[in-house]
Design a protein around this ligand. Sequence first.
Ligand SMILES: NC(=O)c1ccc[n+]([C@@H]2O[C@H](COP(=O)([O-])OP(=O)(O)OC[C@H]3O[C@@H](n4cnc5c(N)ncnc54)[C@H](OP(=O)(O)O)[C@@H]3O)[C@@H](O)[C@H]2O)c1
Length: 329
Amino acid sequence: QVPIIGLVMNDRGFISRVLCPKFGGYLTFGSLEKGKESAPSQPTAADLINVYNIRQIGPDTKVFGIIGNPVGHSKSPILHNEAFRSVGLNAVYVPFLVDDLAKFLSTYSSPDFAGFSCTIPHKEAAVRCCDEVDPIARDIGAVNTIIRKPDGKLVGYNTDYVGAISAIEDGIRATQQTHSTVSPLAGRLFVVIGAGGAGKALAYGAKEKGARVVIANRTFARAQELGNLIGGPALTLTELENYHPEEGMILANTTAIGMHPNVNETPLSKQALKSYAVVFDAVYTPKETRLLREAAECGATVVSGLEMFIRQAMGQFEHFTGMPELQIA
Ligand SMILES: NC(=O)c1ccc[n+]([C@@H]2O[C@H](COP(=O)([O-])OP(=O)(O)OC[C@H]3O[C@@H](n4cnc5c(N)ncnc54)[C@H](OP(=O)(O)O)[C@@H]3O)[C@@H](O)[C@H]2O)c1
């Protein structure tokens, strides 16, 4: 028997490079700088040390991570690893490129894999894969946070809706003089583009705050389904271009349109954007999407997906650790 260290290439193999010290490997390696990799998806040595805290990883380190496809664009590892480091937790957070969520969860079933964030396209499947689902996540129909309890049961939550809605409310309040406790979304016409996990969370949250919600989606049947669920009308993306029933509407893009690398794409023309007073984009890579740039040029208040990203991640941190949310500067 010859001991070996297996370091696996490409996005799927990335975790082997980071988790190597947890499973007995005495070395792993990274490139000296970005662009100088000797194999696909090799991290830099600086990222291994500074992002993944590789020197602290050992057999007792708890593993958390983001499940998605694609997942390489996610900034969650940077945020969560820094949060773990700041409270001295023996834990690491990695990206998991996953095709089949149920298969992934039954394979990575050790208690050492203690919690997961879920992103595109697994949030709806996550509701079915959890043993218990928080009532709000069940109502929304999407789970973005999974915790493995000590008895092995998987519990699902949704932190997207609070993250997104509070970001939009604070964005609007920052432009107002009043300090009213009533939500600035109350009574407003709130158009959600997209009917996936993030779309459901935004639609549910806006309705909770008293907004009149409209859903527009590429697959019209899904727009209708979500519209029926929250009691609002459904539109096709073509209809949305000429939708202008009133002034001062709020728009929330929850599709991946405009996400890196397709940064020149946008879900709505600049002409149509003129009807909106507030525009939010769930996409946060890049921070300023074409949609937000053009909305600002039209005079709208814009709210970046980065605000939602930080807030939903801090909600996840609380579920992962049982500690109160951190304030990220
Ligand atoms: N800022 C944050 O913290 C945050 C949090 C969650 C999600 N997000 C972002 O939100 C986006 C959606 O995530 P999700 O989890 O909701 O994904 P999801 O459940 O897979 O839903 C994707 C939605 O986007 C639509 N879509 C995808 N590609 C499209 C295209 N080319 N043209 C038109 N519509 C398209 C889909 O329409 P169909 O129904 O027709 O397929 C569906 O409505 C992603 O970019 C994700 O990164 C950001």
